[in-house]
Design a protein around this ligand. Structure first.
Ligand code: CA
Length: 315
C-alpha cells in the first residue's frame, strides 16, 4: 500500500481506476442560511400506524442505504454532483400523535418558508406524515397536485380510529386542504381496500388507477397523462410514495406486504419521468419498517428513488 492511497478521504477507493464517490457522500448537514438544490428532512412518525410499525427508523435506514450506490449514471455518462442538504429529523412526541403531526407541519412549514432548497425529500415514517407535509405546503398558498403510489386509498374516516396512517388523504379532503381532483392514486390493489373507500374516492373525484390499469395502460402512459392533467391547474406536484405499492417480492420491509403489486423498475421509471417535470418538486417516501426488511432491500429502493429524482433534475 502506498502513501498516496492512504491519503485519500475515507469512503473512497485507494486505487485511481477504482475511484468512486458513494451517493451518501452527497448528504451534508444543512447550515443555517445555506441554499441548495435538494433537501431532506426525516419525519420519524410511526405511532399513527394501524398495525405494528418501526417506520420511525426508516429515515436513518434510507440515508444509510445511499452508501449502496455510486453517484455515477451510466445512462447519462455523468456523476450527480448536487449535494442534499440534510435538515435532520423532526423530534416526535413520545405519546401524542396529534402533537407530532403538528410539529411536522410547523417544522416543514419553516423549512419551506426559508426557500433553502428547490426540491424536497420527506422521509417517513408512516403515511400519516403526508397529511402534515401537504398541510404545510398548502399553508404557503400553493395549489398542490398529489401523485400517490399506494396499494391502499388511505381514505379511512377518523371517527373509527383517530388520525392513523389510513386517513391522511381523507383528512386533507375533509379539512378542505385539497379537492379530490388534485389527487391521483396509482397502484390500488384488489382485496386490500374496503368498498366504502373506493366509492368515497370516486365521489370525491380522485383519479384512480388500479394495478390492472397499470398493467393494461402502462405506467409511462399513466404518468404522462397525470402529470399533464395536474400541471394544468396546480402550482406544484407532490409525489407520495408508499412503498407498499410494490409487490411483496420487492418490498419485504413494508408493514403491509402482499402480492399483485408493482415491480421496482416501474416505480423507479415513474419517479424518473415525474421528476423531469418542472412542477414536481417534492417527494415523500413512507411505510418502510427497517426491522422487518431483508438486507435493506426496501430502503435501497427508496434510496434509489432519491437518486433517480436527482438524475432527472440534473440539467
Ligand atoms: Ca398508504
Amino acid at each position: 500500500m502506498n502513501n498516496e492511497g492512504n491519503l485519500k478521504p475515507a469512503g473512497q477507493a485507494i486505487f485511481k481506476d477504482r475511484f468512486t464517490t458513494r451517493a451518501n457522500e452527497l448528504l451534508v448537514t444543512s447550515e443555517k442560511g445555506e441554499k441548495g438544490k435538494f433537501g431532506v428532512i426525516g419525519l420519524p412518525l410511526s405511532k399513527s400506524s394501524i398495525s405494528h410499525s418501526g417506520a420511525s427508523l426508516a429515515p436513518g435506514a434510507i440515508r444509510s442505504s445511499l452508501a449502496s450506490f455510486t453517484t455515477y449514471s451510466n445512462e447519462l455518462g455523468k456523476d450527480l454532483t448536487d449535494l442534499i442538504l440534510d435538515f435532520g429529523d423532526v423530534l416526535m412526541h413520545p405519546t401524542d400523535i396529534v402533537e407530532s403531526q403538528r410539529r411536522i407541519t410547523a417544522e416543514v412549514g419553516d423549512v419551506l418558508a426559508s426557500s433553502a432548497v428547490n426540491n424536497w425529500f420527506f422521509l417517513g415514517g408512516d403515511h400519516g406524515i403526508t397529511y402534515s407535509t401537504v398541510k404545510a405546503l398548502a399553508a404557503q398558498g400553493k395549489k398542490i397536485g398529489i401523485i400517490q403510489f399506494d396499494a391502499h386509498h388511505d381514505l379511512r374516516n377518523t371517527e373509527d380510529g383517530g388520525p392513523t396512517n389510513g386517513t391522511p388523504f381523507r383528512r386533507l379532503l375533509e379539512d378542505n386542504v385539497i379537492e379530490g381532483k388534485q389527487i391521483s392514486q396509482i397502484g390500488i390493489r384488489d382485496f386490500m381496500n374496503a368498498k366504502n373507500y373506493d366509492h368515497y374516492a370516486k365521489e370525491q373525484g380522485i383519479k384512480l388507477y388500479t394495478m390492472k390499469d397499470v398493467e393494461e395502460q402502462g405506467i409511462r402512459e399513466i404518468m404522462k397523462a397525470e402529470l399533464e392533467r395536474l400541471a394544468d391547474f396546480v402550482d406544484c406536484i407532490y409525489l407520495s410514495v408508499d412503498m407498499d405499492v410494490l409487490d411483496q417480492a420487492f418490498a419485504p420491509g413494508c408493514p403491509a406486504i402482499g402480492p399483485g403489486g408493482m415491480d421496482s423498475t416501474s416505480l423507479i421509471n415513474s419517479i424518473e419521468l415525474a421528476a423531469r417535470h418542472e412542477k414536481v418538486k417534492m417527494m415523500d417516501i413512507v411505510e418502510i419498517d427497517p426491522t422487518l426488511d431483508f438486507r435493506d432491500m426496501t430502503s435501497r429502493v427508496a434510496a434509489y428513488l432519491l437518486l433517480m429524482f436527482m438524475k432527472s433534475k440534473l440539467n
